[in-house]
Design a protein around this ligand. Structure first.
Ligand code: NAP
Length: 513
């Protein structure tokens, strides 16, 4: 069902006392919630008449009352009649919504048939903590929930695979009554973030981290200020990051503010993907424009695309997948351009070279640490710019394979400690060493760094890695992974939006990192 008023944000209020709940309600209003869900089962002591009057009378927002029993994932373990009495009382005292579990909904709705105030809506809810059933089963469940008299149907499932969210979207888009459809867990996160695009009645958002009522419920601040929740609608184009893990990426905090500033109707969200071919098959619709692709999927992405750009093919890794209007997927590699341009830009400034002249990498010795997707991209790029490439990797055979493909030399990573490069050599780290949470690690001892004229690190969380700190302290020029990250994103942006990349805006948005 199209959600004409726009999807709402509901903040669960989980205080242990009515007084704590009042404070949380005010905070929810301040942060921009549309309504609050008062979870009576979280109260340590509950005096229905007194507490409900206070909570309803003092709440600055419309209220949903939920008194969730243990058998449906809540905390209440007492008498069922008392539980339903409390919900009836909330309704009589002015609640805007009451949430009752499907198993008792028929009994509850029959009991209020003559007494239900016009403004109060009954949400009939069902929670599946095991999986996400088939579309037919979900559709059948929704029909049965509607038949018992639900004003709003709420179906919450557990996502075991990213494609499970598509069945939730199908439900919220096609229902004849308002529907709350959500999938729990990290693989279901997109169902929460994209609720306005697919017509969900509301999504739940926590006041802050640690105050959520379900796994992977986003914070209200993130929903509003990173994912631009209020700007999303049926026409919004979805881009995102596919990988595993995806939680560490800064791409959402880069693309979304830029989309908002340039008024592009798009959103960029994380997709925790296990199986790339299955993902592409499932998400092949005009709603999705394309994805950045990260660890461990860059090589699988190359095999899964219908077409691959020649540069990506030579590198052997794809970090950008674009869905063409005919439904075919084309893979690109923008890592190569990002890293090499960031290094060239710094060398040009250092050597006072005008732009447009030949590459400052030409003829230089370029030592690449790592032989994964990024190692291949940098080796290919350095070679393409006329550098002589040395690849050093923990697993020597992988270094050898890349070195052979670019006509370079291979080393074991440990050999770099005593390696003596010629003057002016560049050192680039493309291993994961130094990445959070292992911030204090470096792939090479500090004393070996002073022999290089420039050290680059692809790792960008943190921005100042141990390697870069060691290099700076040794008087060596550095280029960060954040510089690479920004430049590699230009082309992704252009392919997602069909607009020229607002380069200055990228640097402005990322200036805090
Ligand atoms: P990948 O394909 O998984 O390759 C990982 C590389 O790291 C391999 O060479 C591996 O060596 C090496 N490695 C892993 N653990 C190691 C250890 N403990 N000691 C020594 N070597 C180790 O990963 P990738 O996609 O190339 O990404 C690599 C890094 O680049 C990541 O930190 C990623 O975040 C970063 N990156 C940054 C950007 C950016 O825009 N700044 C873009 C892309 C990637 P073996 O072959 O021996 O396993």
């Amino acid at each position: 069902m199209s959600n004409e008023g726009g999807s709402k944000i509901c903040v669960p209020i989980l205080g242990e006392s009515a007084e704590q709940m009042l404070v949380q309600m005010d905070k929810a209003k301040l942060l921009g919630a549309d309504l609050v869900e008062i979870r009576l089962d979280y109260l340590q002591s509950f005096e229905p008449r007194r507490n409900l009057k206070l909570l309803i009378g003092r709440c600055p927002l419309p209220t949903v009352f939920t008194y969730r029993p243990k058998w449906e994932g809540g905390k209440y373990e007492g008498d069922e009649d008392e539980r339903l009495d409390a919900l009836r009382l909330a309704m009589e005292q002015g609640a805007d919504y009451v949430d009752v579990e499907f198993k008792v909904a028929s009994k509850f709705i029959n009991s209020i048939s003559q007494r239900k105030p016009e403004k109060c809506k009954v949400i009939v809810s069902s929670h599946n903590f095991h999986n996400t059933p088939s579309s037919d089963e979900i559709g059948d469940l929704a029909t049965r929930m509607q038949a018992v008299g639900a004003d709003i149907v709420k179906i919450v499932t557990t996502a075991l695979d990213i494609s499970d969210v598509l069945r939730i979207f199908q439900l919220t888009m096609n229902s004849q009554v308002p529907v709350i459809g959500l999938a729990m867990n990290e693989r279901g996160l997109t169902s929460r973030l994209l609720c306005p695009k697919f017509g969900g009645y509301l999504t739940y958002a926590s006041l802050e981290k640690g105050q959520s009522s379900a796994p992977w419920q986003p914070k209200i601040d993130d929903l509003l200020n990173i994912f631009n929740f209020r700007l999303l609608g049926p026409n919004t184009k979805v881009a995102g990051l596919i990988g595993n893990p995806v939680g560490h990426s800064k791409a959402t905090t880069m693309f979304n503010p830029i989309f908002k500033t340039v008024e592009f109707d798009g959103v960029y969200v994380p997709f925790l993907v296990d199986d790339v071919p299955n993902f592409l098959k499932s998400f092949n619709s005009p709603n999705f424009v394309g994805w950045s692709c990260t660890i461990p999927h860059k090589e699988e992405a190359l095999r899964s695309c219908d077409e691959v750009d020649p540069v990506a093919k030579s590198i052997g890794a794809v970090n950008t997948i674009i869905r063409k209007p005919d439904g075919k997927f084309i893979g690109y590699n923008t890592d190569y351009f990002g890293a090499i341009s960031a290094i060239e830009n710094k060398l040009r400034v250092l050597q006072n070279l005008p732009g447009g002249t030949g590459s400052p990498l030409s003829g230089k010795l370029f030592v690449v640490m790592g032989a994964g997707g990024t190692g291949k991209a940098l080796s290919y790029g350095a070679k393409a710019k006329g550098a002589r490439v040395v690849v050093a990797n923990r697993t020597y055979s992988r270094a050898k394979e890349i070195a052979d493909s670019v006509g370079g030399e291979a080393l074991a990573l440990a050999e770099l400690e005593n390696y003596h490069p010629e003057e002016g050599a560049i050192l680039a780290n493309t291993t994961c060493v130094g990445m959070q949470p292992n911030d204090n690690e470096s792939p090479i001892p500090k004393h070996a760094l002073k022999r290089y004229s420039l050290v680059f690190d692809a790792v960008y969380t943190p921005k100042m890695t141990r390697l870069l700190r060691d290099a700076e302290e040794s008087g060596v020029t550095i280029v960060t992974g954040v510089d690479m990250f920004i430049i590699q994103a230009y082309e992704q942006y252009e392919r997602f939006t069909n607009l020229p990349a607002p380069k200055e805006l990228f640097w402005e948005v990322m200036s805090g990192y």
